[in-house]
Design a protein. Structure first.
Length: 149
């Protein structure tokens, strides 16, 4: 009967219960943090990865394993035209690839390609005097002037 003399809110305060009139700040804080994190993830995933620049290359010949081709990347002493663009780790020299498009597999063909490093696998050579860096052809550059880096 004591609670009959107290107001409903005082009775809830004494027992430790909350009324629906008071905002639940912890819940609001957790939901705010959750929405903020989701917004960050959505904003971060909306940007696309930079594409590698075009490299001028010449097909030198077949590597020691069937299906692998050696490419000579042309070097450029300047590099000012590619300032602010993604160049990657390929600066010039010889590389080998196994996914060269069939139209460009003729020895002496000069092409412009977008390349990336292939760290997963490479050619299996029994005896070779030179091992070349394995790359993947990402795309051919149609109508674009290659960056000779």
């Amino acid at each position: 009967m004591i609670s009959a003399f107290l107001s409903y809110e005082n009775a809830l305060r004494i027992t430790g219960r909350q009324t629906n009139k008071q905002p639940n700040m912890k819940r609001f804080l957790y939901l705010s943090i959750l929405y903020f994190c989701l917004a960050l993830v959505a904003a971060g995933c909306s940007k696309s990865a930079p594409a590698p620049v075009c490299h001028a290359a010449e097909v030198i010949g077949q590597d020691c394993e069937t299906g692998w081709y050696i490419l000579k990347l042309e070097k450029n002493s300047g590099g000012a035209e590619s300032k602010g663009r993604y160049i990657g780790q390929l600066q010039g020299g010889y590389v080998t690839t196994d996914n060269l498009p069939e139209a460009y597999q003729k020895i002496g063909t000069k092409i412009a390609l977008r390349l990336e490093l292939n760290g997963a696998y490479g050619p299996t050579c029994m005896s070779a005097s030179m091992m070349y860096l394995a790359v993947r052809v990402v795309d051919t550059c149609n109508g674009e002037a290659p960056d000779k880096n």
